[in-house]
Design a binder for this molecule. Structure first.
Ligand SMILES: *Cc1c(COP(=O)(O)O)cnc(C)c1O
Length: 362
């Protein structure tokens, strides 16, 4: 028997979450962002749930090939554009749209031989200071691109640093609007947080990443249910063994947890080598047979411990949901687990380990 742990990818939840992006931005087209192997869900597994999107946005050329191999003929956008000149050959061959964020990428285009002019998304650095042309260099870049026979349509994009937080996006929208005022072309500004929280941003394309996977981009201010999102990934394992603890006895490496009164704990077939964060301290929520409980002690490589004291019916073989949906339908938001680990749900999804079997589910 295989080790009792598996991840489930809930295809209808992906489709549902995408519909939330549409509802939040009814006038825009929606990119389903599937970089990082669809945030750890697996591009091939997630595809059926996300195929209602208007396009797929990603970083990696190999991932773009995988989306084309699935039969997708619609738009695919390389969010960081090309990494070297010969990447443009694949863009021509697979009809990939690509971001242009730096002068070198324009040089490569100018030297590229193609029959098919490319659709590009010219990226502005409107304040995040990661990728893109600064506002004062943006128009020059646009003019240069516009003169190239290798370039067809030029769209305009930028990315927000604070769409999920108190600083917000107004300062970046102002910079972007001022620098692009009389430039033609479609606009793409919003990620998930901006799509949900700042619905007023006028744009032709929104880029829905994390919301598609059922995590609230601004947790804990809002939880996923408040945004109408459903978990697209569940991590489930089973109880391997039960220990009865006497007061004063400890659990796991470093004896970081000590029982104050008699208690029962379950040892679960999930550890940090499965992608469950070792940073989760005692008290991280879990579902045991669909009922809420908590972890106790340190997470080890292949196992962790959960409190069964209040769950007399639980024992060896009981289902433990580390995040997502239990068989009973009860939900443990991945955002709560991420918070307990001092990180965000993106990281947990992307870190699901290769050794965990993954099953497509409803
Ligand atoms: C990853 C990414 C997104 C999606 O961000 P979410 O917060 O997951 O919605 C959007 N735009 C760009 C440029 C990205 O790199």
């Amino acid at each position: 028997m295989p080790r009792p742990i598996e991840a489930l990818i809930h295809v209808p939840a992906l489709a549902h979450n995408l519909s939330r992006a549409r509802a939040a931005a009814p006038d825009a087209r929606v990119w389903a962002v599937v970089k990082a192997n669809a945030y750890g869900h697996g591009i091939e597994r997630a595809f059926d749930g996300l195929r209602g999107a208007d396009g797929f946005a990603l970083l990696d050329l190999a991932e773009a090939e995988r989306v084309r191999a699935l039969g997708w003929r619609g738009p695919i956008l390389l969010l960081e554009g090309c990494f070297e000149q010969r990447d443009l050959e694949l863009c021509s061959r697979l009809d990939l749209w690509h971001a242009v964020h730096c002068t070198e990428q324009i040089d490569w285009l100018a030297a590229h031989k193609t029959h098919q002019p490319h659709r590009v998304f010219l990226k502005m650095n409107s304040g995040m200071n990661r990728l893109g042309f600064r506002p004062d260099a943006f128009r020059g870049a646009w003019t240069r691109l516009n003169a190239l026979p290798q370039v067809d349509e030029i769209s305009l994009m930028t990315h927000f640093s604070d769409a999920d937080g108190p600083r917000g996006i107004a300062h970046q929208v102002a910079v972007f609007d001022t620098a692009t005022r009389d430039l033609p072309g479609e606009r793409s500004l919003s990620n998930s947080a901006a799509t949900l929280r700042h619905a007023g941003v006028a744009a032709d394309w929104v880029r829905a990443g994390i919301l598609s996977y059922g995590s609230a981009p601004d947790h804990p201010e809002h939880d996923a249910a408040a945004w109408g999102l459903q978990p697209a990934m569940s991590l489930r394992a089973r109880v391997l063994a039960v220990q009865a603890l006497q007061p004063g006895e400890t659990v796991g490496y470093g004896s970081s947890f000590q029982a104050e009164s008699p208690m029962r704990i379950g040892i679960v077939a999930c550890g940090y080598a499965d992608g469950y964060p070792r940073h989760c301290a005692t008290g991280t929520p879990v579902l045991v047979d669909g009922a809420r409980s908590r972890t106790v002690g340190r997470v080890s490589m292949d196992m962790l411990a959960v409190d069964l004291s209040e769950l007399p019916g639980a024992g060896p073989g009981s289902e433990v949901t580390l995040w997502g949906r239990a068989s009973s339908g009860a939900v443990l938001p991945i955002d709560e687990v991420a918070r307990s680990a001092g990180t965000i749900a993106y990281e947990l999804m992307c870190a699901l380990a290769a050794r965990v079997p993954v099953r497509v589910s409803d």
